[in-house]
Design a protein around this ligand. Structure first.
Ligand code: NAD
Length: 346
């Protein structure tokens, strides 16, 4: 087994403008993949203008800034902006040595209601992603939002097709993603050990929902790396609030608005509190935060460094006091989620 994470293993060469006073973001082993991923990962869905229309040049610059500041994990999908996220990320990757980053993209979801988990489609999809991303291999290929598909097809057809690509070296590791937690166990229990290397769960490890904690022991027992996406609950836990399409029930949105208002009145940033709280759990390798500007990257890197004790936390006592109040506000809606995909998968 790999030794437990230690900030001392942080590679100093990844420090950039904070070099004089900071170490870079610590990395944690991702299951038994052998990959070491930065605890703050770059969620590239905003590069597809999923949350708001973005400036693509700034998006490219934000990826470069992230690498300079020690972020090495990047996650995208053909679905985000219907290939736009992969294209913008691909523009940025042209100027980054391939071995510096751990790159994840997905197969199976191609539109809001468009899914195809067939072997033929996912195999072709990987080739297309390689072209858009300007790379020769994908570190982690993930089956995207499998609760919308037939889980038995994922078991019998999609994962075996990806295993073939793994044998060829086109993809290095395989994952599954989705919202309902029970889909992970369903698939992992049915495939040979070593087929699924990682799971990406979203909106289940944040201030309002920590339900992934229930399956962490199962995932650990099966040597599966855990990627937590959306520690901001897809924008719910931000000062500006979520996009109009956010699927959370109104009671959750209302509580999040109240939490944001409280933070504003106390002079504390809700996004910062949310990111810090998630990152402090060492059982989760990495937390993907959606970003598309250099300012956001710098802010979130700074937050990660404080969360992990690499830097002294600014206003630590005040943050702790407001965090308790925020948790109280969110308590009545704790772990309240929403249906996703086929009814039988929820
Ligand atoms: P998120 O919770 O990371 O929220 C992103 C939103 O928060 C964006 O609007 C972003 O601009 C904003 N934001 C980021 N930092 C901020 C800050 N410091 N202050 C205020 N606002 C800030 O949600 P997300 O982007 O959906 O999730 C992160 C990533 O995880 C995605 O980009 C994607 O890569 C991955 N993901 C995967 C799946 C899946 O595979 N099914 C689902 C959800 C997310």
């Amino acid at each position: 087994r790999r030794p437990a994470y230690s900030p001392l293993r942080t590679p100093a060469k990844h420090c950039h403008k904070y070099r004089s006073r900071l170490m870079a973001i610590p990395r944690r082993p991702l299951g038994t993949t052998g990959l070491e991923v930065s605890v703050l990962g770059f969620g590239a869905s905003p590069l597809g203008s999923v949350f708001q229309e973005i400036d693509e040049d700034e998006g490219v610059a934000s990826v470069h800034e992230a690498v300079k500041l020690g972020v090495n994990f990047f996650d995208t999908s053909p679905f985000y902006g219907i290939t736009r996220s992969e294209k913008v990320l691909g523009r940025a990757l042209k100027d980054i040595p391939r071995e510096k980053i751990v790159l994840s993209t997905k197969v199976g979801r191609y539109g809001q209601e468009e899914f195809d988990f067939s072997a033929e489609k996912v195999t072709a999809s990987v080739t297309e992603s390689l072209q858009r991303l300007n790379v020769e291999y994908i570190d982690i290929i993930q089956c995207h939002d499998i609760e919308f598909g037939d889980l038995d097809q994922v078991v019998k057809e999609t994962l075996p097709a990806l295993m073939k690509l793994k044998e060829k070296g086109v993809v290095r590791h395989i994952g599954i993603t989705g919202l309902p937690l029970k889909i992970f166990k369903y698939v992992i229990d049915k495939v040979p050990a070593g087929t699924v290397d990682v799971v990406l769960s979203y909106c289940h490890y944040s201030l309002n929902d920590q339900s992934i904690a229930d399956i962490l022991p199962y995932l650990k027992e099966h040597n599966i790396g855990v990627i937590n996406a959306s520690p901001l609950s897809m924008g719910l836990l931000t000062p500006q609030g979520p996009p109009a399409w956010h699927p959370a029930p109104e009671e959750v949105q209302k509580a999040a608005r109240e939490a944001a208002q409280l933070c504003e009145s106390e002079g504390v940033n809700l996004a910062k509190l949310a990111i810090m709280d998630s990152m402090r759990n060492p059982e989760i390798a990495t937390h993907l935060v959606g970003m598309c500007t250099r300012e956001q990257v710098a802010m979130n890197v700074h937050t990660a460094l404080q969360a992990l004790g690499v830097e002294t936390e600014e206003n630590g006592a005040k943050n702790a006091e407001v965090l308790e109040k925020v948790k109280e506000i969110l308590k009545p809606v704790k772990n309240v989620t929403w249906p996703s995909g086929k009814p039988e998968n929820n």
